[in-house]
Design a protein around this ligand. Structure first.
Ligand SMILES: [Zn+2]
Length: 163
């Protein structure tokens, strides 16, 4: 085939040409003769060794390239993602449960960025729900544990809006 191509580089494969294909009967790559073309591609071939006619199967090398490695890897990554998602997203955080247990009588105040919060204080956030101050990071930031996530919230922000 390489010889033919080098002799006639302009020639496109057509019926009657030789083509390398996997032969299901010989169970290996053999030289075939093209019997039928479909949309410019080899469709049916005839094995020159055993004379069986079958659909064109690209060479072993081409078939090996088709190993489903990328999708397999993708599936693994997806599985990992789903796992971490269920760990984080499902149910309350351990810390949140802990806070809820130790402070059932705690007064819950609505979250207001201009207020000052202290550790262990309960906060009702309009978006994240009930949260507890786990740590005061600095005079303007607190780390708050909500049911599903941990957030850094602003506090002591000037009411005037001039920052
Ligand atoms: Zn054959």
């Amino acid at each position: 085939m390489a010889d033919r191509l080098s002799r006639h580089p302009w020639k496109v494969t057509s019926v009657g040409d030789e083509a390398d294909s996997i032969c299901p009967r010989c169970k290996e790559e053999t030289i075939h003769r093209v019997v039928a073309m479909v949309e410019g591609k080899i469709h049916l071939v005839l094995c020159t060794r055993c004379n069986s006619q079958h659909r064109y199967r690209p060479s072993l090398a081409a078939m090996k390239k088709k190993t489903p490695l990328p999708s397999e890897r993708q599936a693994r990554v997806l599985k990992k993602l789903q796992k971490s998602k269920t760990l984080q997203g499902k149910g309350p955080l351990k810390d949140w449960q802990h806070f809820k247990e130790i402070s059932p009588e705690l007064k819950v105040s609505d979250y207001d960025p201009s207020e000052e919060y202290k550790e262990n204080q309960a906060i009702a956030h309009p978006v994240f729900g009930l949260g507890f101050v786990r740590k005061v990071i600095d005079p303007s930031k607190v780390e708050v544990v909500f049911e599903g996530e941990v957030k850094i919230l602003v506090m002591n922000r000037a009411r005037s809006g001039q920052e």
